[in-house]
Design a protein. Sequence first.
Length: 355
Amino acid sequence: MLSEIQIPHFGLKRQFNTIKSELLDATHRSLENGVLLNGPYTKKFEDWLKNKTKTLYAVLLHSGTQALEIIARYKISHYKSTTVILPNISYIATLNAFLSAGHNVNLFDTDNYGILTQGIIRIPENSCICLVGLYGRSPWHYYNIGNQKNIIVDGAQHWLVANGAVGLGMAISFDPTKNLPASGNGGAIVTNDENLYLYAKSYCNNAKPHFDLIGTNSKMSEQDCAHLLVRSKYLDEWQERRRLISNYWIEQFKNLPVCCLADTKIPHSYQKFVLTTNNRDDFNSNMNLNGIETKIHYEYTLDTLPVARNFQNVDSLTISNNLIKKVISLPLYPELTDDEVVYIAETVKKLQKDK
């Protein structure tokens, strides 16, 4: 048994060591001409992103949360939509974005994979739905997303498999924990709606040039865009590695009393590899004792947070509240060695058989 963490949950240090020379070269090139914002690397990455997501427009921003908030503000100002339906499991940033934009929030239950339940067929008047691709699983099979104006997509975890299904607009995160990480922070809006695009471009630049709305300053630096362009060259290779690791673990764990939330025919970006187990706390402690850093995504449902105390929820939220007590995430990144992948699998199997 190992006495300290040998396999960290995130592999950013390993990734940097692999592409260090390219990142340092990109840093030099992005700084040497003195254009630190809205320069050629920003334009080139926006073009890459539009092509990757099969959309017409892209706006780069400081964070994925800011991207979702801007879409939410546009929804209120242009469509008079005042209520948003959210799944009860998501990162707090999803909820914060809509509350900051002034929406009322109704929380609905999820299925056993953490995706908003299919029961919402007719969206109430003056309402919209925010779909969240939890852990990387695409929600497209529940709703005909397309370019529907009453659907907003939080694509922070599944955007790589969204395949053009962005609703009114999709928010993307380039947080360092994501499949395509910025060196600091970053996010984007992708959309096929020209009016949303024009609104977002103005909003993130303090409402220039017309100053006809309240705006803010939210941009990605040329350096971050240059780094993302370096990483984008390896993205398909990294995604294939994530897929292979995930499928190997799914096969190894099929006879264990666990559920792999990536075990699905639905498109998945393998943002996280999440298990559900009835002995989550003991399992978590023992994985760490064996040198494997695990994390819990997430330890709460949105309805249990103090900020949600006054919500009038119409759903029972039973499945989501049960699911959140069982989830645990294994390390999942391309730089895991084959030996580490096998070691993680063998450790999981031993702990589950010994329980």
